[in-house]
Design a protein around this ligand. Structure first.
Ligand code: KIV
Ligand code: ZN
Length: 507
């Protein structure tokens, strides 16, 4: 069975504090939601402002593969505006709602229940004149009388509602209760079997995803949710959590969504970038730590077999790989794996010493980064023979000319000179060295930082080059940053040559 994913990031999500977006951002987000392959995009609440109406219109024109919905109260003016906003969509939907709980009807709407039913029917009929695809929501449904809901649903379905949404507006229900509640409503409104039953859960008690999944067991065919779970108060059910729960536990859920899960991370990051609202590091699926391992036992397990501590792969949500955070809890296996990744080949004794040093550093720092590891290793003065030595270099550079570098390296007693042009003096110098070495090298990383302070600070250059999948790291130190960079490159080349040479000797 297929479950429809109705994304309301641009409506319920956007109306939460700190999450408002401008027109360009909304369009960018809608296009990403289309790539994510959601079934329905709720693009906004057209009656909120002319700007909102315009942005829904633009989204309707740009999105082709998803239904585009616009929210409206059960007011004629709202519905007219909602239609105005989605009329250019390939698949438009008008989504109209009215509250049905005693507390909302009495204190907010100040309407008798009979009047609420009348209004709902009248407005669904009105919306139906414009559009065949109509969603009706009973706001605060979980605090409404099931019998009353049954009555109103029967009537709106009769006049054309094609989706009935039964929201947990205040995040009050629990999974078991919601399941029973929906089953009861289905008895009072048998016509629900002919339309899509939708659920829309808020996360006030942290149960929004669990409630949404329980609702599907009770017959719901559409889930309303938002990226990163943004939304009013504690937010809405998080799209990525629903989708990955269903995907990961196929043995428990016999339905699937159309979501392209590999776009999950990109979508989450785009929203974060646009709104500036970060997700907590331990957030399920998209948090920075969701695929990160630090403890030694976990790292050891994951290095041997990822499934020991990963129930889904980072690749399945669009991440390149998991992250091994090196810190004081990390063990020797993870440290060694990172050294391998960085291209360091240490003997057993060197590794022992480096590991002791690593533990000392890790005790003082929260996280040990690659640069710290470089420092740990270079502190041990792991030397390779200098097959190539820097003799001299001449740089010709400026903001109106192409940079040229002449580099002279010494190999045994021979001086080898090459000239190259490049994108700046460093690039030109690296290209000249590549010519001398006569190998196709990929520059994986180049970083420069000052070791000391002041005008005469020492520049510490780090270069990582890759040849045939193996990475070689070089360091260079000089008060002249170009010289430091050239030395770092030559150092990396020497490591590479040394390895080639010892390989040949072993064969
Ligand atoms: O939470 C809610 O009830 C809503 C409705 C408008 C669907 O957002
Ligand atoms: Zn809501």
């Amino acid at each position: 069975m297929k479950i429809k994913i109705f994304d309301t990031t641009l409506r319920d999500g956007e109306q939460s504090p700190g999450c408002s977006m401008n027109l360009k951002e909304k369009i960018e987000m809608a296009q990403q939601l289309e790539r994510l392959n959601v079934d329905i995009i709720e693009a906004g609440f057209a009656a909120a402002s002319p700007g909102d109406l315009f942005s829904i219109q633009q989204i309707s024109k740009s999105v082709k593969n998803c239904t585009v919905a616009s929210l409206a109260r059960t007011h004629k003016g709202d519905i007219d505006k909602a239609w105005e906003s989605v009329r250019y969509a390939v698949n438009p939907r008008i989504h109209t709602f009215i509250a049905t709980s005693p507390i909302h009807m009495q204190y907010k709407l100040k309407m008798e229940p009979e009047k609420v039913v009348e209004k709902a029917v009248e407005m669904v009929k009105h919306a139906k004149k414009y559009c065949s695809n109509i969603e009706f929501s009973a706001e605060d449904a979980t605090r409404s009388e099931p019998e009353f809901l049954g009555k109103i649903f029967e009537k709106v379905i009769k006049v054309g509602a094609t989706t009935i949404n039964i929201p947990d507006t205040v995040g009050y229900t629990t999974p078991d209760e919601y399941y029973e509640f929906l089953m009861k409503i289905r008895k009072y409104a048998p016509s629900l079997d002919k339309v899509d039953i939708s659920v829309h859960c808020h996360n006030d008690l942290g149960l929004a995803v669990a409630n949404s999944l329980a609702a599907v067991r009770a017959g719901a065919t559409q889930i309303e949710c938002t990226v990163n779970g943004i939304g009013e108060r504690a937010g809405n059910a998080a799209l990525e959590e629903i989708v990955m729960a269903v995907n990961t536990r196929k043995d428990r859920y016999d339905y699937q969504s159309n979501i392209n899960t590999k776009e999950i991370m990109r979508t989450s990051k785009l929203l974060t970038r646009i709104t500036g609202v970060n997700v907590q590091p331990n957030k399920a699926v998209v948090g920075a730590n969701a695929f990160a391992h630090e403890s030694g036992i976990h790292q050891h397990g994951v290095l041997n077999n990822k499934q020991t501590y990963e129930i889904m792969t980072p690749e399945s949500v669009g991440l390149e790989q998991n992250v091994m955070v090196l810190g004081k809890h990390s063990g020797r296996h993870a440290f060694k794996a990172r050294l391998d990744e960085l291209g360091y080949k240490l003997t057993k004794e060197e590794l022992d010493k480096a590991f002791v040093r690593f533990k000392e550093v890790a005790d003082k720092k929260k996280e040990v980064f690659n640069r710290d590891i470089d420092a740990i290793v270079s502190g041990q003065k792991i030397q390779v023979p200098e097959i190539f030595e820097l003799e001299r270099f001449i740089i010709n550079s400026g903001n109106t000319i192409t940079s040229t570098a002449t580099v002279i390296l010494k190999k045994e007693d021979e001086e080898i000179e090459e000239v190259a042009i490049g994108d700046g003096p460093i690039d030109a110098a690296f290209k000249a060295i590549e010519k001398i070495v006569d190998k196709k090298l990929t520059l994986d990383e180049y970083a420069l930082q000052s070791v000391t302070e002041g005008k005469d600070a020492l520049g510490d250059a780090l270069v990582r080059i890759r040849e045939n999948g193996t990475v070689y790291t070089g360091r260079g130190l000089s008060t002249d940053v170009v010289e430091a960079s050239i030395q770092a490159y030559v150092n990396a080349v020497n490591k590479m040559m040394y390895e080639d040479f010892t390989d040949v000797k072993q064969k």
